[in-house]
Design a protein around this ligand. Structure first.
Ligand code: SF4
Ligand code: SF4
Length: 191
């Protein structure tokens, strides 16, 4: 699989539902906001979600667990017609929303495109901005800044799982608006 940079360009991509991108050796990484969104969907606590469905690498890198010979995401289900379905589709992680666009965590606003031959192509390429807006339903652009800050929170406190659920929700309550989350994170980081 090759990778191709996308800079001010256009992207042509459609999903055939093969599930290949849901089979990754180390699992799909989740942001703190992903953890909260998925926990809410599953009606369990963030801690229980991490304990039950994730692995934590180097204390801060939270990834959805995989299973089987092909490292399938535990939320991937194959349908009778051979296509795949995501059990948490409406709250799937940001990395899944955006695929095949990938963000370099160390370089904000820098994307590369994973040129996966398994994926389909649309007839008319769209701008990256449109692609992101459609794929993320408008979530991504407004959250990007906050995600950077959330990583800073995680780095500051390192042991993600040692942060109590109450404390996490105190700062990152999932019913908060993005503006409210941002305000709280700013206060949190400045404290
Ligand atoms: S690899 Fe491409 S076609 Fe297959 S599920 Fe992922 S996005 Fe869809
Ligand atoms: S969360 Fe859903 S979309 Fe993302 S890797 Fe798992 S099955 Fe695929």
């Amino acid at each position: 699989m090759s990778t191709k940079r996308v800079e001010n360009g256009h992207i042509s991509h459609s999903c055939r539902g093969c599930g290949l991108c849901c089979r990754q050796k180390n699992g799909i990484g989740v942001t703190p906001l992903d953890v909260l969104n998925i926990s809410k969907l599953l009606r369990i606590s963030p801690k229980d979600f991490i304990d039950k469905y994730c692995v934590v690498l180097e204390d801060v890198d939270v990834r959805i667990s995989t299973t089987g010979l092909f490292n399938e995401c535990v939320f991937l289900h194959q349908l009778a017609n051979g296509t795949c379905r995501c059990d948490i589709y409406d709250s799937r992680p940001m990395a899944c929303y955006l695929y095949p666009l990938k963000m370099r965590e160390t370089i904000p606003y820098y994307f590369h495109w994973e040129d996966n031959p398994a994926c389909g192509r649309t007839k008319y390429p769209v701008s990256i901005k449109s692609f992101v807006e459609v794929k993320s339903k408008g979530r991504y652009e407004s959250e990007l800044k906050h995600i950077q800050k959330m990583y800073a929170v995680l780095e500051k406190y390192l042991a993600y799982r040692d942060m109590s659920e109450e404390k996490m929700l105190e700062y990152l309550y999932y019913n908060d608006s993005i503006e409210e989350i941002n305000r709280k994170l700013d206060a949190y980081l400045d404290a």
